[in-house]
Design a protein around this ligand. Structure first.
Ligand code: SF4
Length: 278
């Protein structure tokens, strides 16, 4: 089993003003950077009609993993349905093209459902050509309670997400130049125009979203057709699964439901801060 754990330093500001480490510019960046714009995208000129904004995810994955095989590359996932489908595509492309293992990083907040932990173990056992890492904050749940009270996740969810998700992300992502994620455009309004491939100024790397154009129904079809492990909570009216404090079942929803509500159900919060500033 390939399973590593990386602790990060204790933030005194909730992690909100953390600064990523020095990044080496081994990938060309566009001119006139705007540090607040995470979606500025360089043109993609791949020379293939199958590769581009409308390319099928499987083709994009195979192209990307070959194209960036000699770069420090990481996929992050919280083991949502999209992430599971994308891992399966990556594993198949690695096998077909005899590529190096791909690292999959999960940011463990300490508030995972048991079903999520079981899924993580299933994925580790199934995909031997993926290397599963865990990134986590150095602030234990008890320390967070002592510092900020018993329900930071309710009283200040942005600070809680900054401590438990964003800070560990910033601390670790500096070691990579290519970041693969399973974001889709129909998940939230913030994600509605995400490019398939774009320079991400927040983390200073290329961000690759092969599933950007897919619907939730397409993801669910892929999961079923390829018998990909998925979180069993999706069968219990949980359209999206995050920390148990902030995730609720949505009556009437099913695994194909596009809704993201059920996460931070009592607020307008839609994003945890990993992909967009909060
Ligand atoms: S999703 Fe909720 S519990 Fe998890 S880190 Fe964010 S606020 Fe905290």
């Amino acid at each position: 089993m390939n399973y590593q754990s990386t602790n990060t330093n204790l933030p005194t500001d909730g992690g909100q003003n953390s600064t990523p480490g020095q990044a080496l510019p081994i990938v060309e960046t566009p001119n006139e950077p705007n540090a607040d714009d995470a979606s500025t995208s360089p043109a993609i000129n791949t020379g293939s009609p199958e590769i581009g904004e409308s390319g099928e995810p499987q083709n994009l994955v195979a192209w990307g993993l070959q194209k960036f095989a000699d770069q420090p590359i990481i996929m992050t996932s919280s083991f949502g349905m999209e992430g599971c489908a994308l891992m399966d595509m990556c594993s198949k492309a690695i096998e077909e093209h005899q590529l190096p293992k791909l690292q999959i990083a999960c940011i463990d907040t300490g508030f995972f459902f048991p079903e999520t932990k079981q899924l993580r173990q299933k994925l580790i056992e199934r995909y031997s050509n993926l290397e599963f890492l865990t990134w986590e904050t150095s602030v234990s749940v008890d320390q967070q309670r002592e510092m900020y009270g018993d329900m930071l996740w309710k009283n200040n969810p942005n600070m809680c997400c900054n401590i438990r998700k964003v800070k560990p992300m910033r601390d670790n992502i500096v070691n990579y130049r290519i970041w693969i994620t399973a974001l889709r455009r129909t998940q939230t309004k913030e994600r509605s125009d995400i490019p398939v491939l774009a320079w991400d100024w927040r983390y200073e790397l290329l961000k690759f979203c092969p599933l950007a154009t897919w619907t939730r129904a397409q993801v669910w079809d892929y999961i079923q057709e390829n018998e990909v492990p998925f979180n069993q909570l999706h069968l219990q009216n949980y359209p999206s699964v995050s920390c148990f404090h902030c995730t609720r079942a949505v009556p009437g929803s099913n695994p194909e439901s596009e809704v993201r509500k059920g996460r931070w159900a009592e607020s307008d919060k839609d994003e945890c801060g990993l992909h967009f500033s909060i």
